[in-house]
Write a protein that binds this ligand. Structure first.
Ligand SMILES: [Fe+2]
Length: 287
């Protein structure tokens, strides 16, 4: 029985240490009652998508928080940018309050506005996020970092965000690791030299990309693997390590998302990272 959701009231649990431990063990922390109010002007962002439709999402990145993929008047786009800047600060506060042991090591990356429904049509299997997967970024090697994500359902009409969550990472890796192609340090250097990747792809990045693809391509696994349906209601915020927790997004529209990177060494227990789990399964350090 898979029951990964751990509900955390705004007042916080009795012991903060247990939240990081739960998260690192594969839990999804769900905060039912955190405030993130919208102004009257901002309500329009949940009434229709302010997106140019070219990318899946609208996002800001970096210190400058330049807005990409948005649509609307200059005033509307600036308001949407400010909303995302505010959500980034909200996510930072959440981490500082509920995961204080991460506060010094974590770095916040992109912040996104996701106004569109999950698209089940015209999607290649690789980009189909309804299939159970762990996150891996082809052009952006992660190396010794973890991917922590803070999501919030901002749907105005009561529509939940639907996910399914799969089995634990180690059990999944036992099934797929033997099937993956070997790592080539030479081709990793070549990809970086050609600037296909932004940095050298480590063996960990190689394994995670191939796991991501092998999982999504395996229809029997998708249908038959241990999994549970979960839903997140409007106003709920949830936090998880998306490189560890097997997930698929099955439905819902209007969501905010913050990505953060945490060094493995900054975890409460680095041995629970996918990096160390994979190294243990292979019986040697990763290259
Ligand atoms: Fe994902």
């Amino acid at each position: 029985m898979i029951s990964p959701i751990l509900t955390v009231p705004a007042s916080g649990p009795a012991s903060n240490g247990s939240l990081a431990a739960a998260l690192e063990g594969g839990a999804v922390l769900m905060f039912p009652d955190l405030d993130f109010p919208f102004s009257d002007f901002e309500r329009r962002f949940t009434e229709r998508p302010f997106a140019d439709g070219k990318a899946k999402n609208v996002n800001i990145r970096g210190e400058a928080a330049t807005l990409r993929g948005a649509a609307g008047t200059p005033e509307e786009q600036e308001a949407l940018r400010q909303l995302l800047v505010r959500y980034r600060a909200f996510s930072k506060d959440l981490i500082a309050r509920h995961l204080p042991e991460y506060a010094s090591g974590i770095s916040l990356a992109g912040t996104s506005y996701r106004p569109f429904d999950v698209d089940r049509r015209k999607m290649s299997w690789r980009r189909d996020d309804t299939r159970l997967h762990v996150d891996a970024f082809p052009s952006n090697p992660i190396g010794e970092k973890r991917i922590l994500r803070v999501f919030r359902n901002i749907n105005p009409s009561g529509q939940p965000r639907l996910w399914r969550v799969g089995e634990d990472f180690g059990s999944m890796a036992d099934k797929f690791l033997p099937k993956l192609p070997g790592y080539s340090a030479l081709s990793a250097r070549l990809l970086a030299a050609l600037r296909i990747t932004k940095a050298r792809r480590s063996e960990y990045d190689h394994l995670m990309l191939h796991l991501h693809d092998a999982l999504k391509q395996d229809a029997d696994y998708q249908a038959g693997a241990p999994q549970a349906d979960v839903e997140f209601l409007p106003g709920q915020t949830w936090v998880t390590f998306s490189d560890l927790v097997m997930h698929g997004a099955m439905g819902g529209r209007y969501m905010l998302e913050q990505t953060a990177y945490l060094p493995v060494s900054a975890q409460a227990d680095p041995d629970k990272s996918p990096q160390r789990i994979l190294a243990r399964k292979l019986g040697r350090p990763l290259q």
